[in-house]
Each structure stands twice: as C-alpha cells, then as structure tokens.
Ligand binder design. Sequence first.
Ligand code: AP5
Ligand code: MG
Length: 216
Amino acid sequence: MATFIVLLGPPGVGKGTQAEILANTINLAHISSGDLFRENMKNQTELGRLAKSFMDKGELVPDDLTIAMIRDRIKHPDCEMGAILDGFPRTPTQADALAVMLAEFGGKVDAVPYITADENVIVERISGRWTCRAQGHIYNEKTSLPKQKGICDIDGSELYQRDDDKATMVSKRIHVYFEQTMPLVEYYRTKGLLIETDGMQPVEKVTSDLLSTLKK
Ligand code: AP5
Ligand code: MG
C-alpha cells in the first residue's frame, strides 16, 4: 500500500529541506509543486509561462493548472510506493482534488506534518537561501553551506537566489499563505491527520521529530 505524506507550513519553514531528507530516508518520491513550476519555467513550457505570471507576484497559480500538473506527476512509476508532497495542496480545492486522485490510485493522505516557525525566523531563512539550478537542492548561507561557494554538493550545478525570495515578495507570500492555505490546518486536523511539528529547531531535530511521529 502506497504512503502519501503532505508537508504543510509557511514559506521558508523548511518543507523542501525536510521533504528531500524524508524522501531519501523512507524511500518515497519527493513532489514539490514549486520545483515543478520552476522546471517548467526553465524549459519555457506554456505551463511555465502561465505559472511565472502568478509566481512573480507572489500569488498562487490557479487551482486547475496546479491540480493537472500534480495529477500528471503522481502517475509516474516512482510514486508507486507513495510520495512526500511539498507545497501541494495549498487550497481546500486542491486538497479535495488530491483526495479524489489518490482514491483513483487506491491511496489516501496518510499524515500531514504541519511545520511552524516564527515569522522573523522564516524571513531570515529565506533571505539566506541558495537553491541549486539543476534539481532544486537547498542551501543556506548561515545554516547549510555548500562545500564550495556557489556550487551544489550533489550535482555540481550553480546555486542561485529565487526571484520570489526578495523581501517584498516574501511578505506577500506569507500573506497569501495565511489567507489561502491556513484553512488546510483545520481541514486536516478534523480528519485526524495533522501532526504539529516545531520547525524552529535545527534541521536534524526537525527530521527526527518527523520520523518518530510518522512511525506511530
Ligand atoms: P514554493 O516553491 O512551494 O515555495 P514556498 O511554499 O513559499 O516555500 P519555500 O520553498 O519558500 O520554503 P520551504 O518551506 O520549502 O523552505 P526550505 O526548505 O527551502 O512555491 C513558490 C511559488 O510557486 C508560490 O508562491 C506559488 O506562486 C507557486 N506554487 C507552488 N505550489 C503551489 C500550489 N500548490 N498552488 C498554487 N501555487 C503554487 O528552507 C528555507 C531555508 O531555510 C533554506 O535556506 C534552508 O536551508 C533553511 N532551513 C530549513 N530548515 C531549517 C532549520 N530547521 N534551521 C535552519 N535553517 C533551515
Ligand atoms: Mg520549498
């Protein structure tokens, strides 16, 4: 039976960081909606062009485009045993669509770790983030330096700062998160799936908390 875990939390809290570690540790696929949009932008697809017009404003990409993209991704063979979903769903409409698509594959959402941190901490984390151009591996100039400045340890590609990580855009993204994504906290709490996780701790401690609650 496949396992699907949804990571919920504000921008910069560490969803991508934890999703990458968890996916490698428990052998699940890592699906990041933000990474998929950025890949489409890099490849100059029609979806990438459409998504860019929303991402550049710190707004959510419309539900229909986002749901169709995830539906395609979840069909890939690497998701047969399940996946860690990072950044999707982000609206109640997306959460309903996820439940329907997983049911079609005989699966369901099994757990929803909700990672939290104070706003000043997430703003600081985002301002120090460097992302790998090839595959989206994540670094931080204070807490997670690459071995060689500006180069990804894993695939050797260039590290860059995301366009939407500028200070004005970050406050817009946090606002959008509170308005459109926060309802999912209650949505999943009422289903008994929410696992509150303290994201203020060092990366390794957040990982061990997540692993111990996911095993229960
Ligand atoms: P997306 O790419 O998903 O961005 P986000 O949700 O804003 O989250 P981030 O990627 O900024 O943060 P994160 O939680 O992954 O943190 P990270 O691990 O990198 O979305 C971008 C845009 O795409 C959206 O604005 C929207 O336009 C569109 N989009 C995406 N999904 C969508 C959807 N479902 N529907 C509609 N539109 C969608 O960590 C941040 C930094 O902190 C890193 O430098 C890291 O090294 C560091 N760090 C992490 N954990 C710790 C720790 N415990 N201690 C110290 N440092 C840490
Ligand atoms: Mg991310």
